[in-house]
Design a protein around this ligand. Sequence first.
Ligand code: AMP
Ligand code: MG
Length: 280
Amino acid sequence: MGTDFRIVLYHPDSSLAKEAANEAFERVADLENIFSDYDENSEVSRLSDAGNGAVSDELWEVLEYSLDVSERSEGAFDVTVGALTKLWRKAFRQKEFPSENDIAAARTTVGYEAIKINKRSGQIEIKKEGMRLDFGAIAKGYAVDEAMEVLRDYGIYTALVDGGGDLLTGLAPPGQKGWEIEQPDKIVNGEPTYKKAWYANTAVATSGDTYRYLEHGGKRYSHIIDPRTGMGLTNRRIVTVTAPTCMAADAWATAASVGIKKLLTVDLREEGISIQIIEE
Ligand code: AMP
Ligand code: MG
C-alpha cells in the first residue's frame, strides 16, 4: 500500500504475540493483493478492466462504504478518480504539469454514481467507459482495522496498529492513559507543528500531508484530487479525523481535505466521527 505497517502489542506470551503479529501482517498483504491499483493483477485492477463482476467480501464492504461517503460528501470523496490519479502520478514523477486536455479526458471517466452494486446477485457494474477505481484514500484504514481484528481473534486487545500514520488504538498500554500520538497542531510558515495526544479504542487518520505535492506557477498541487475539477488540491490544509474504525477515519480525512459542507459533520458526530481541520 505504499507505506509501512507497524504493530505494537502487549501480551504475556511472547511466542503467541509474535504469531498474532505475523498473521496480522499477512492479512495486510492479502488486502494489498485485493486493493492495490499499482498492481495490474489486483482484484481492483481486474474489476476496473472488466467493468463488471462478482467481488470478494472485502472489496464489497469497502466499496459500499466508499459510495456512502461519496454521497454524504457530495462527491468530494470518490474512489472512481483512478484515471485522474494515474495522470497526476505521472505528472509528479516527471515533474511536469498535466495538460488541460488530459485532465478533461480523465475527468469524463469519473463519477461514483456510475457504479451499481446489486445486493441480490452480488455483482458490481461500472457504467462508465474508461473508469478506474482507486482505493488509496480508504484501503489503508480498512487494512489497519482488519489487522487489529486478527489480534483480537488471538485475545490481544492492548495493541496499536499503524498504517503509515493512519492508526487504530486498542486498550491503553498498562499503567497509561492511552497510546501517545503526535498529532498536527498548527501550520506555521507552511510547516505543521505537532502536539501530543493520548488515545485508546479509537482510530486516528490524517490527510493532506505537505510532502507529496507538485509545484507549478507558484502553487503546490496535492496528490489529493478534487473530483469535481480534476485538479490536485492547492489548499494548505491538514485534516485529522478520529472515528471508531480506521476505514471511516481514513475516508473522512480525505473527504474533508477536499471539502465537505459543515452540516454533514453533525451527522458524523453521532457515529463517533470527529473532524479537526487546520489551515495556515
Ligand atoms: P489519503 O492519503 O488517505 O488522503 O488518500 C490519498 C489517495 O487517495 C491519493 O493518493 C489517491 O490515490 C486517492 N485520491 C485522491 N483524491 C481522492 C478523492 N477525492 N477521493 C478518493 N480518493 C482520492
Ligand atoms: Mg484517506
